[in-house]
Each structure stands twice: as structure tokens, then as C-alpha cells.
Design a protein around this ligand. Structure first.
Ligand code: E4P
Length: 216
């Protein structure tokens, strides 16, 4: 399954019309780049209006009390659509667990290792986001992180779903799915790259040229 890693309502609306994405993930970096001067609530409401399925909105406060307040504020914007993205930490685990007991969906994010992913799942995270590109930036292979997490979720029948994000290349998408990711979240430029193959374009041109030059 694919989610879109974007906060641009125009891109989101356009790409949802392809019928291939099932949710949206945002983060403070994406929002700062794409919507820096815009009110967060207004922007997220636009994203919700342009999409279907879960929309992850990330907490930026750092204490447990402030994180809970922030989470409840985001949740009221669209209780059935907003997923609270909780940065991984000890406080983050407590927040994830507390929100899970209140029936509020979470996406534990910035996860770089199996150990963190397992803790996030045990705490009751609805989703666990493993950052492919950033793990590779450290010189590690992300594939065993994804595969071991998936195997453990299945063994213990934990309800968490793995999202693999921080996708830099098309091969990252293939590999994440192959290793057992339930969801890969991709940016619009990566998704547009998935469309293209020169042989497809050449074949279509050949077929259309043959049809145009047929004996009439
Ligand atoms: C996933 O949920 C994150 O928004 C994102 O994929 C992070 O990617 P980056 O490493 O490109 O910042």
C-alpha cells in the first residue's frame, strides 16, 4: 500500500485521482518547506479535504503534558482521519500508550532500529515509521530492520502496521515492500518517477504510428 509524503493540497488532490494512494503523511520539515507561512490547522484541513484515509500530523512539543495537549488539539480537527505522529523517545512511548488507551491512532516516527520499532509496537502505536534513507545515511542496511520488525509483529500478532518512509530511490520502494512493509510513504516526485519507463513510451509511440500509417 502507498501513502503520499506531502502537505501540498494541490499535489495531493492531483495524485489521489490516480487511485493509487491510501493516506497521507506529513512532518514539520515538509510543512515548513511547503507551507511555512500558512496556519497549520488550515493547511491540515486542506490536506484532509484533498485526500482520503489517514493523515499523519506530527507533534513538535517535547514534554509529555504538552505532547498530550497538542495531540488532543490535532485529533479534534478530524477524529476519524488525523493520526498523531509521535517522535520516538521515552516520553513518546508514554504518549503513544496513553493515546492508544483513549482510542486515538498514532504513528510512531523517526524509528531507525528494530529495537525502537518493537517498543513502539508494544506501546500500542497504530503505525511505526521506519526511515529508510536516514538509516542508510548512517551506513546501515535498512532491510533487516524492516524484515525483523515485520516478523516480530506477525509472531506476536501485534496490531501495528509498518510504514517505511524517507524514500530516496525507486529501489527503496521495492525493497521496503519485499521486506514486509505494510505501507511505503513516497513523495510526489518519487511517485511520478514510478510512472515512467522509456520502453513503455517507445511501445506506445510504435503502436500509435502503426495505426496512423495503416492502409486506409
Ligand atoms: C515519513 O513519515 C517522513 O515524513 C519522511 O518520509 C521523512 O523523510 P526524509 O528522510 O526525506 O526527511
Amino acid at each position: 500500500m502507498l501513502f503520499l509524503d506531502s502537505s501540498d493540497p494541490k499535489e495531493i488532490k492531483d495524485i489521489f485521482a490516480w487511485g493509487v494512494v491510501a493516506g497521507v503523511t506529513t512532518n514539520p520539515l515538509i510543512l515548513a518547506r511547503e507551507a511555512g507561512a500558512v496556519d497549520l490547522e488550515q493547511r491540515i484541513r486542506e490536506v484532509i479535504g484533498a485526500s482520503r484515509g489517514p493523515v499523519s500530523v506530527e507533534l513538535t512539543s517535547e514534554t509529555e503534558v504538552a505532547m498530550m495537549q497538542e495531540a488532543h488539539r490535532y485529533h479534534t480537527w478530524a477524529p476519524s482521519r488525523v493520526v498523531i505522529k509521535v517522535p520516538f523517545s521515552e516520553a513518546g512511548l508514554r504518549v503513544t500508550h496513553a493515546l492508544a488507551t483513549q482510542g486515538i491512532e498514532t504513528n510512531v516516527t523517526c524509528v531507525m532500529s528494530f529495537n525502537q520499532a518493537y517498543l513502539a509496537a508494544l506501546a500500542g502505536g497504530t503505525y511505526v515509521s521506519i526511515f529508510s534513507g536516514r538509516v542508510r545515511d548512517m551506513g546501515y542496511d535498512v532491510r533487516p530492520v524492516i524484515a525483523q520488525t515485520r516478523a516480530q509483529l506477525d509472531r506476536e500478532k501485534l496490531a501495528s502496521r509498518i510504514i517505511v518512509g524517507s524514500i530516496r530511490h525507486l529501489m527503496d520502494v521495492n525493497e521496503a515492500l519485499e521486506q514486509g512493509a505494510h505501507v511505503v510513504t513516497v513523495t510526489p516526485p518519487i511517485l511520478r518517477k514510478m510512472l515512467h519507463n522509456p520502453k513503455t513510451d517507445e511501445t506506445i509511440r510504435e503502436f500509435n504510428a502503426a495505426w496512423e500509417s495503416r492502409a486506409k
